[in-house]
Design a binder for this molecule. Structure first.
Ligand SMILES: [Zn+2]
Length: 191
């Protein structure tokens, strides 16, 4: 009996199926609170809040679906390796002063509100919190690497955390600290 269970649970088809079900469930949960929409100003898509979020609240669940070569579509996971993420997590756009940030849940990043977020606001996170090297950003050519967020913390041209200057490192540390404080405060009120 145990051998049969072991054989079934080791079946590659079943494992793939259960990953697919996990991804579907994750995206169903994400779609209850955020939408994928085309961007008015830029080519491409973005993720938008369907409801208001409090600072520290979980906004988008991320799950690593498979290991990947580094590309515009991969995310450096908490273990430092590259992964393809579920579509909604992967579609969140960059901002140098983002309204969410990644925290590890299970083996993956999920995205939590750094501050209060209004319904219909675009959801963003800062890619250089996790990505050591950002090779492609905003397409190739003249605008390659140019961030258009125009925040006071803007780190354009965006190249990843390996090449940040001390002021930028400090800005990111401050943002990360704000996220941790927000999540800790939210979890205290949510209990
Ligand atoms: Zn920027």
């Amino acid at each position: 009996m145990h051998r049969i269970i072991a054989a079934v649970s080791d079946s590659p088809a079943l494992k793939a199926d259960s990953l697919k079900r996990r991804i579907d469930l994750t995206e169903d949960l994400n779609r209850e609170v955020v939408d994928i929409k085309g961007m008015a100003k830029f080519i491409g898509k973005g993720i938008f809040a369907k409801k208001a979020f409090k600072a520290g609240e979980l906004v988008v669940i991320g799950i690593q679906t498979e290991p990947a070569e580094k590309s515009i579509h991969s995310i450096t996971g908490p273990d430092g390796n590259e992964y393809i993420y579920n579509h909604i997590a992967e579609t969140i756009n960059h901002h140098c002063n983002p309204n969410t940030g990644p925290l590890q849940v299970g083996d993956s990043w999920s995205f939590f509100a750094r501050r209060g977020i209004e319904a219909t606001e675009e959801i963003t996170w800062a890619y250089d919190w996790t990505e050591p090297v950002i090779g492609h950003f905003n397409g190739d050519g003249d605008k390659g690497g140019q961030c258009l967020c125009s925040s006071a913390d803007c780190r354009t041209p965006l190249k990843g955390f390996n090449t940040l200057n001390p002021t930028q490192v400090e800005a990111i540390q401050r943002q990360k600290e704000e996220l941790k404080v927000a999540v800790a405060a939210y979890s205290r009120t949510a209990i």
